[in-house]
Design a protein. Structure first.
Length: 260
């Protein structure tokens, strides 16, 4: 877990939850933007990713992520400021599940292309096989079917990812099983705490199915919610060439929530 303090007077604290295969270091640009605008940032590596101990791409259950996010929010409480939870992709899905299953003192949620459905759905036979393998060899790791470089159009980010030793491109059978189960639970849930939600979605996302995200958003039963789809942007909206515009939009939204 890492804490990056705001430059000057702080207005709030942002807890950032990264996506699958990633680590907190990929959010250095986003962290600096929050810091420069007067926001503390708490973030870290989720279990089985980045510099955490244990088998890469493996979790015992999705509860591992929930426990970790809860501990990051607990750390953010030390600043005694409003807390915003920001989750990207699988981190967005984990944020949803954490909000559902824990009572968190947060004033707003920002979801960036949350993993609520996949563009390339695996064959049904693979799902059945995964259910079996999850019992007999849950730690077996396989290559993902996500092509390298399709998360963003930003060539600098793609070049950095290509040589990043912490970027994990293999997942365990157990991880995949838990991901599928978490997506199903998120889509089935109709009730979440009445917290303001901002959903940012890439209009040309090649990884997460934007239609599943929009359908989830339409069913979301909270008093205040906002959906913003960025046409032509890929999955990682905070890494795209237009990321300054995306951040400014998000910053304005968060400012409205903490001052309302």
């Amino acid at each position: 877990m890492y804490t990056k303090k705001a430059e000057g007077k702080a207005h709030a604290t942002v807890v950032i939850v990264h996506g699958a295969g990633e680590h907190h270091g990929r959010y250095d640009w986003l962290t600096k933007q929050w810091n420069r605008n007067g926001y503390h940032v708490v973030l870290g590596d989720l279990p089985g990713q980045g510099k955490t101990a244990g088998l890469r791409g493996y979790i015992r259950s999705f509860e591992d992520y929930i426990y970790t996010i809860e501990s990051w929010v607990e750390q953010a409480k030390a600043f005694e400021l409003p807390i915003v939870l920001l989750g990207h992709s699988m981190g967005g899905l984990a944020a949803i599940r954490t909000i559902k299953e824990r009572t968190l003192p947060i004033c707003a949620v920002v979801l960036s292309s949350p993993c609520l459905g996949l563009v390339k759905e695996p064959p049904k036979a693979l799902d059945r096989l995964t259910s079996l393998l999850n019992i007999v060899c849950p730690r077996l790791r396989l290559e993902t079917n996500v092509e390298a470089g399709i998360g963003t159009r930003n060539e600098q980010i793609k070049a950095r990812d290509a040589v990043d030793p912490l970027y994990n491109r293999k997942v365990s059978v157990r991880w995949y099983y838990e991901l599928r189960k978490a997506m199903e639970l998120a889509q089935e849930d109709r009730e979440l705490p009445n917290i303001p939600f901002l959903v940012l979605q890439g209009g040309d996302d090649r990884i997460v199915n934007k239609h599943d995200v929009k359908a989830w958003f339409e069913r979301l039963d909270v008093q205040s919610k906002e959906y913003k789809e960025w046409a032509h942007l890929y999955h990682e909206v905070f890494n795209e060439p237009e990321r300054n515009e995306v951040f400014d939009y998000t910053l304005q939204y968060v400012q409205q929530q903490i001052h309302s």
